[in-house]
Design a protein around this ligand. Structure first.
Ligand SMILES: NC(=O)C1=CN([C@@H]2O[C@H](COP(=O)(O)OP(=O)(O)OC[C@H]3O[C@@H](n4cnc5c(N)ncnc54)[C@H](OP(=O)(O)O)[C@@H]3O)[C@@H](O)[C@H]2O)C=CC1
Ligand SMILES: O=C(O)C1=N[C@H](C(=O)O)C[C@H](O)C1
Length: 271
């Protein structure tokens, strides 16, 4: 089978550079294009050099149509407005789209769902195997422990992260809510300050810490009477997310249009 030809959007970003390195270290995939926004200092640079590798002969462009030429799919860990824009363009061009971007609003999610009617779109707040298995375990623990155990989700990320709670924390919150058979939007408490009153039964709480170079730590705490269960994950290198995105890209080839998650890719839907 021919190599999958992939375009990296946000090629100069932390994840963009990890994705380029992951493509170069993997078999069966080739970097076909690299995109950055107009005005980016990365424009015109060789994508390999940008990622700390030898030159790959792929210049960073700001024209999606030129970058998408001859490609099979798009890897996109950028920003909400960028992922919405590129989802429409990828669908127009008949390319599958793997999105890791977090901080999406309800309107952004609706726009991505509309694009997924026309192409294969795989989206997850965390592309690592460990976190997606953790989500399945959290769902099971929430169902087993029941509402007598209070659920709190604590995350920590590097000082440059711009959204909170993290996409992963929300993914884990949704898994917990699903396990309990409730709607996360009705139960989420996204930060506390001042005289908050006692905790409401059934709340799912979130706390976000930011600092240093932490790649991504998540703990889901089930706090009961006289006992606590803590399920957690620590990311030590962004390459785990990049390799997960490549796994999603390889899975996406030939699938029917639709909105898919890493649980689909990893076969964890019925775990
Ligand atoms: N799902 C997962 O597994 C993971 C998800 N993430 C998420 O991925 C996203 C990116 O994270 P990270 O790499 O750390 O962030 P960075 O800010 O380092 O990288 C984002 C890159 O996207 C570029 N960009 C923004 N808008 C556009 C556009 N319209 N066209 C082309 N490029 C654009 C930025 O350019 P500029 O700097 O000029 O704005 C930047 O180079 C975040 O939402 C993060 O939460 C991160 C890790 C794992
Ligand atoms: O911005 C990051 O860095 C990360 N973002 C994702 C998130 O919001 O959960 C995934 C990972 O935790 C790193």
């Amino acid at each position: 089978m021919a190599d999958l030809r992939l375009v990296v959007v946000g090629a100069g970003g932390r994840m963009g550079r990890a994705l380029i390195r992951a493509i170069e270290e993997a078999d069966g995939v080739t970097l076909a294009g690299a995109l950055e926004r107009p005005g980016s200092p990365a424009l015109g640079r060789d994508a390999g050099v940008l990622a700390g590798l030898p030159a790959l002969g792929v210049p960073v462009l700001d024209d999606p149509q030129a970058a998408f030429e001859g490609a099979d799919g798009v890897l996109d860990f950028t920003a909400p407005e960028s992922s919405v824009l590129h989802a429409g363009l990828a669908a127009d061009a008949g390319l599958f789209h793997v999105i890791g971007t977090t901080g999406l609003s309800a309107e952004d999610e609706a726009a991505l769902a509309a694009a997924a009617e026309r192409t294969v779109l795989v989206k997850s707040g965390n592309m690592s195997l460990g976190v997606n298995l953790l989500a399945a375990l959290v769902k099971r623990a929430a169902a087993t422990l029941g509402p007598d155990f209070d659920i709190e989700i604590v995350e920590m990320h590097h000082r440059m992260k711009v959204d909170a709670p993290s996409g992963t924390a929300l993914l884990l919150g949704r898994a917990a809510a699903e396990g309990r058979g409730v709607d996360l939007d009705e139960r989420a408490v996204r930060g506390r300050d001042g005289i908050t009153g006692a905790r409401h039964a059934g709340d799912i709480g979130f706390a976000a810490l930011r600092g240093g170079t932490v790649v991504g730590d998540h703990d889901v705490i089930f706090a009961g009477t006289s006992e606590r269960l803590v399920l957690g994950h620590k990311a030590e290198d962004r390459m785990i997310f990049a390799r997960g995105a490549l796994r999603a890209a390889q899975w996406a080839r030939g699938k029917a249009p639709g909105l898919y998650s890493m649980a689909d890719v990893l076969g964890l839907k019925d775990f």
